[in-house]
Design a protein around this ligand. Sequence first.
Ligand code: ZN
Length: 248
Amino acid sequence: MHEEEVEAAARLLASARRAVAFTGAGISTESGIPDFRGPRGLWKSFDPMKIAHIGTFKRDPRAFWEFAASRNLSGAKPNAGHLALAELERAGLLRAVVTQNVDGLHQAAGSRRVIEIHGNGGRLRCLRCGALRPFSADLLEPGPVPLCPSCSRPLKPDVVLFGEDVRDLDAATELLAGCDLLLVVGTSAEVVPAAWLPGEVLDRGGSLIEFNLEPTRLTRAGLGPRGAFVEGPVATTLPLVASRVLAA
Ligand code: ZN
């Protein structure tokens, strides 16, 4: 992390009027939630297309529930990165968070406007009748797959699996179309639809700040004069930039 990067990011944030954050797994790894795609990611030990595909869930919900039990994430707490985004929103410096995460940590940190394009693991949904019920850790203990109280079909954590559409894409697109600064936080933004967001913002004359542990394809493509890259763990870099703007 370099001082010039932090200063450049703070300047962009201070002059923005409609900033929006787009977050990914990198903001939650420091809360102990493993990244799926990173170097030590979960996909190294599981074949995602087998386990986390909607087709597999429908054929064999038990296999999916066993996988879910192996990554019981209940008890994770928001970190300083989540808290910094919530503080920026309270101060009127951030409009909303669009997240690819399903852990609910932005809300736990106090963020009010959160769009979860991959759903939320804190609840279960019936694929047949749409009934919702809250997730609880005891559901992960060995035993029968939890069933819908209304129609007795297996319940699925309300997260987007491979083979399913992302959620709330219209709301996310509208927010991002109207933003003049995009904070890309903890994501390499390589997966569609995330992949085209930064380019859209720059094309419309907006600015971009990338907060990532390491350079990504986005950084390497060149962020241009209206972009800044703050390298390092986002639970450290986000609060640093936020505190400069909030103190100004
Ligand atoms: Zn049902």
